[in-house]
Design a binder for this molecule. Structure first.
Ligand code: IVH
Length: 668
């Protein structure tokens, strides 16, 4: 019984393999589809009854593998190289001459093949069975796409015929034929599914599916074009012989491939294929010319990425990228209105194209085309140029490695969101400009008339490298700047002079120390009373200042510790920046150590002013009331904070009392 079942299974599989080969490899079916389907159904039924007799290379086992999580890496035993390109008869002749010279003038024959525009794969057969399929990847390492390639009917799961080497690798191009591509897209359009952009992308995308069922639904096929390596048994002598043997084993090879006895025959082949390019069933981008004798190939050897023994003769591209400038509507003989894209002129398919048909409004909608889009345009032979697809202009945004203003390395400390130029502020023009802007700004040194444009000019003319340079500007030099008359130059110098007398808080703020805003500058001034104490303070000492936490303390100490910054400060003092002495150092300020809370609205002064007055007196102003709050100032409309203060028995004063309090402090 079991023997009979096995025999029937064998017979069915052999017949199905045969018909599959006739249909998908030879393009010459012998039976109607229904007959093939009947055999296939019988096989499925029998295998269902006897699952223990299922083998991996049964025709039923092409699909069925579960989706992968990722593709495994495959190292190619022999690197998959790319090809040197030629595009003119003279270049081809130069290549052939170089080959002949290297081979001491031996005569050469060539094998010419269409260069299919698809995806390169390597298939490993072991004992005649497909064991591995891999992408080219970077040429050394590719991806294991065996499960996907098994679904391609033109790829035999087991080979036929004699003399099959024990292990060998076949290389070929997986592609989608033009008609299959058109039919697939037609059906996808009918069903409202996504269409493939072009046959090449379609093939590549189909092979990159993690679910082999999706690959199986795509009309992929293959042409095998060479043997990568061979272990055990027979070896070919020539490329044409390799093609013949591969075909005899059931692998699909291109019938257009052929021997060219000399260079003239190669050129004739190239010209012939060029004429027939449109009529071929698949997209090509040229012809591959290979030295036919494999021992000559071996002696010619390879450069790093390209063999010396083969060359690609490229035809003009049939697709190119350009931009849609507008759309015009043409009225035909029957009144039909056709949208035509007006393009930025582009060289494609051998001519310059500046119009392309959009067929109809359904096609415009399908493409999702908008005026101004970048598009791929295709012109093949005499066919009217077409817009094939819209190029989605999405590219990842990457942080530059070097500062766009000065070229210094960009750094982004771990855990920080902000990336920065690593140059010192005085050494990067952008930082310098921004630093000077900050220095001159209203809340800092308040230099009237020193605006952005002027600062740009000063930096660009190397008139101001550091803040102190501003105070060394001369009227004569200034008035040479565009839009700067003698009068405005003098006004500016007067404003500079006036700014020299400032406050310690403003001066600290003007330095532009990171994390030191106006309020912190004020606290620092209050606390230290003079610059020398601040400059020499350690982070621990700085942390004692209200509002200064460990990070800010580190920053301040680091700023003053840097020699570039020390120089900036010294120079500013040297040009005569001064401020009235602050007698009251932190601890002796009247409100030192106290936390105040402002709530409700104040009518006599803005809340920010009230806050500043309090901090000037040494208080810390907090947003919420706690047991540690020393005093609450409650204006009209005070709500929960006032209630909380009452509950915690924190002293509360109203605005009038607060104004009186400030007055008494002023009088001190
Ligand atoms: S032979 C050493 N023959 O073209 C390289 N390649 O640039 C030998 N291609 O992606 C390649 N048709 O997959 C060869 N008949 C053909 C080809 C062909 C297409 C592709 C190949 C690779 C590229 C090489």
């Amino acid at each position: 019984m079991s023997d009979a079942v096995q025999a029937r299974l064998d017979a069915l599989r052999t017949r199905l393999d045969h018909h599959n080969h006739r249909y998908h490899v030879l393009d010459a079916p012998e039976v109607a589809d229904a007959e093939y389907d009947a055999l296939f159904d019988e096989l499925l039924a029998l295998e269902k009854e006897h699952p223990e007799l299922i083998v991996p290379d049964s025709p039923s086992q092409r699909v069925g593998a579960r989706p992968l999580a990722e593709f495994a890496a495959v190292t190619h035993e022999v690197a998959m190289l790319s090809l040197e390109k030629t595009a003119a008869p003279a270049e081809l002749r130069d290549w052939a001459n170089r080959c002949r010279t290297r081979l001491n003038d031996e005569s050469l024959a060539f094998c010419c093949e269409p260069k299919i525009d698809g995806v390169a794969v390597a298939l490993v057969y072991e004992d005649g069975r497909l064991a591995l399929a891999a992408t080219r990847g970077d040429g050394r390492t590719g991806e294991d796409i065996t499960a996907n390639v098994r679904t391609i009917p033109a790829v035999p799961l087991r080979l036929r015929g004699d003399g099959i080497p024990a292990r060998f690798e076949v290389r070929g191009e997986i592609y989608i034929a033009k008609r299959d591509f058109a039919a697939f897209n037609e059906r996808a359009r009918e069903r409202g599914e996504r269409t493939l952009v072009n046959p090449r992308n379609g093939a590549a995308g189909s092979l990159r599916q993690l679910d082999p069922k999706i690959t199986a639904s795509r009309p992929l096929t293959i042409y095998c074009y060479s043997l990568g390596w061979v272990e055990g048994g027979w070896r070919p002598q020539t490329q044409t012989e390799a093609l013949e043997r591969m075909a005899a084993w059931g692998l699909r090879t291109n019938p257009e491939a052929g021997l060219a006895a000399d260079l003239d025959a190669c050129q004739a082949y190239i010209d012939d294929i060029a004429c027939r390019r449109e009529a071929l069933a698949y997209d090509i981008d040229g012809v591959v010319v290979k030295v036919n004798a494999l021992d000559q190939q071996q002696r010619l050897g390879a450069m790093t990425r390209k063999p010396r023994w083969a060359v690609a003769y490229k035809y003009p591209a049939q697709e190119a990228a350009t931009r849609v400038l507008g759309v015009e509507f043409q009225v035909g003989r029957t009144g039909a209105i056709t949208p035509v894209a007006k393009l930025e002129p582009v060289f494609v398919g051998g001519v310059t194209v500046s119009n392309a048909t959009l067929h109809n409004m359904d096609e415009v909608a399908r493409l999702g085309l908008r005026i101004g889009d970048r598009v791929m345009v295709r012109r093949a032979g005499d066919v009217i140029p077409q817009v094939v697809s819209v190029i989605l202009e999405q590219s990842a945004i990457e942080l530059p490695e070097s500062c766009p203003a000065c070229g210094s390395p960009v750094v982004r400390p771990e855990g920080e969101a902000v990336a920065r130029c690593s140059a010192a502020p005085t050494r990067c023009p952008a930082q310098r400009k921004e630093g000077l802007r900050h220095f001159a700004s209203r809340l800092a040194m308040d230099i009237e008339g020193l605006g952005e444009k002027l600062i740009d000019q000063l930096v660009e003319n190397d008139l101001a490298l550091a803040p102190a340079d501003l105070y060394r500007l001369e009227a004569e030099r200034l008035s040479e700047l565009p839009r700067m008359g003698g009068k405005s130059a003098q006004n500016l110098l007067d404003a500079m002079q006036a700014s020299k007398t400032t406050t310690l808080a403003r001066f600290i703020y003007a330095l532009g120390i990171r994390e030191v805003g106006e309020a912190t500058a004020q606290s620092l001034a209050n606390h230290f009373g003079d610059l020398e104490h601040l400059r020499t303070a350690t982070p621990e000492v700085l942390e004692a200042v209200p509002d200064v936490g460990p990070i800010v303390a580190e920053r301040i100490a680091a700023y003053f510790g840097h020699p570039d910054n020390a120089k900036v400060v010294d120079e500013l003092l040297a040009v005569g920046i001064t401020w009235p002495a602050i007698e009251a150092v932190a601890d002796s300020l009247p409100l030192a150590g106290q936390t105040w809370v402002l709530t409700g609205s104040l009518e006599q002064m803005p809340r920010s002013e009230a806050k500043r007055r309090l901090t000037d007196l040494g208080a810390k102003v907090a947003g919420s009331v706690s047991g540690k709050t020393a005093q609450v100032v409650a204006g009209p409309g005070a709500g929960s904070k006032l209630a909380k203060a009452e509950q915690l028995e924190v002293p509360v004063m109203d605005e009038a009392e607060f104004m009186d309090f400030l007055e008494t402090q002023n009088a001190r």
